[in-house]
Design a protein around this ligand. Structure first.
Ligand SMILES: *Cc1c(COP(=O)(O)O)cnc(C)c1O
Length: 416
């Protein structure tokens, strides 16, 4: 495929049709179209409405705990400088963490859920549905539904229900109904299909709260805009703390919401290198990974065209990652466009590398990162020693790792 021409700005998309170049759009059943158009109309109304913004800002501050800190990771920086010296390089950039792990419910997901629940309220909806894989988005959705008094149904693959019982219980405590989905392999992709099906059959009263920057237009745009608070804050904070922009920013990519939220405010700062980290799982040679942009091909899933993991017949494959939040077989369409345009690099990190970064960060920083975020840290661990001491890297710490201790224990051959 020819590389598209470099645009004047990387921040203007999507176009009227919801396209980012050849990616995105709304490939949905005729019956869903009126709902999507209604959502788009309301979204266009609220996105520049000062009252809506003020209400979201107020909740972000007092309920979610924003702004999240931009933290100089001194322990990790020192460690990587030692590594650099040992290699005879004598460098090692300063590493900062954007602390989304400190938000209410423990990750960036609350940013999107607060925005969308306010949108649902504006639209006069009476019922919330959501899909979830590992349960993190299900918990965040059930949280805001409880806060605003909405009944909430969460679709979750039956396989995931079985392996994520603490999150299933959390959702139930929060008053949500968890509906196991047995179709397909009983994972996230199937849960998302089922949520879309529910939405069509409950046209009048239901709001579908999507968990990442994917799905039919306008979801990729609105989720990005709600998550862009991450990058906007980080950009202002680094200018305040260091008096200049970072050299490199890094975030992990599942569906791509924390990454696009971090990246978007920096896209037109051409001197900033931007790197998205995909789940390399057990390696890209086999099928046990979730690197749709490094090892997938464009296709249509969940209402948009994007890079997908698929076999030779175009069947969507289930991905694998040590971190449940990264094993979505697709990726938000804006990332596909940023990949092809060359503005953002996408790099895989293996399970083992993430596991090591998880342990290292815990030891030298006293911060237990989510396994998803540990993928982004692992890439910093690789590149920082070869950078100069006066350079700056910001890693988006998308969430905290308390949820992952059982996975980590079993990977390390221990029992809790
Ligand atoms: C869900 C999740 C992710 C992956 O989702 P994105 O939409 O790609 O951000 C990453 N990190 C954490 C902590 C998560 O909970």
């Amino acid at each position: 495929m020819d590389k598209p021409a470099t645009p004047n700005s990387f921040r203007t998309g999507p176009d009227e049709q919801g396209m980012f170049g050849i990616f995105g759009g709304r490939f949905v059943a005729e019956t869903l179209m009126p709902l999507i158009l209604d959502l788009e109309r309301h979204w266009n109304e609220v996105k520049n409405d000062p009252d809506f913004k003020a209400e979201l800002q107020n909740l972000s501050t007092h309920y979610a705990g924003r702004p999240s800190k931009l933290y100089f990771a001194e322990g990790l920086t020192r460690h990587l400088r030692e590594v650099s010296s040992a290699k005879g390089l004598g460098g090692g950039a300063k590493v900062y963490f954007k602390r989304e792990d400190l938000n209410h419910t423990g990750s960036h997901k609350i940013n999107n859920c607060l925005g969308q629940i306010l949108l649902a309220k504006r639209m006069g909806k009476k019922r919330i549905i959501a899909e979830t894989g590992a349960g993190q988005h299900g918990v965040a959705s059930a949280t805001v539904a409880a806060r605003f008094g909405f009944p909430c149904v969460v679709y979750m693959g039956a396989t995931d229900v079985a392996r994520q019982s603490p999150n299933v219980f959390r959702m139930k405590l929060l008053g949500a109904e968890v509906r196991p989905v047995t179709a397909g392999h009983g994972t996230l992709k199937d849960a998302m299909n089922e949520a879309l099906r529910d939405w069509v059959t409950n046209v009048e009263d239901t709001y579908y709260l999507i968990g990442t920057a994917a799905g039919p237009h306008p979801y990729p745009e609105l989720v990005r805009d709600f998550q862009s608070v991450i990058g906007s804050e980080a950009r202002a904070q680094i200018l305040e703390q260091e008096g200049r922009l970072p050299d490199t920013i890094i975030a992990c990519v599942g569906g791509g919401s924390n990454a696009i939220g971090m990246f978007h405010p920096f896209l037109d700062d051409r001197q900033v290198r931007i790197i998205g980290i995909e789940a390399g799982g057990r390696g890209l040679d086999g099928i046990e990974h979730c690197a749709s942009m490094n090892a997938g091909a464009p296709g249509v899933l969940h209402g948009n065209r994007t890079y997908l993991l698929q076999n030779a017949d175009g069947q969507i494959m289930d991905g694998h990652s040590i971190s449940a939040g990264l094993d979505y077989p697709g990726v938000g369409p804006e990332h596909s466009w940023l990949r092809d345009s060359g503005r953002v690099e996408y790099v895989p990190i293996l399970d083992d590398e993430a596991l090591e970064a998880f342990q290292l960060t815990t030891r030298v920083e006293g911060i237990i990162p989510a396994l998803e975020s540990a993928h982004a840290i692992a890439h910093a661990v690789k590149i920082v020693p070869a950078m100069d001491k006066d350079q700056i890297v910001i890693v988006n710490l998308s969430g905290r790792g308390d949820k992952d201790v059982h996975t980590v224990a079993s990977m390390l051959g221990m029992e809790i």
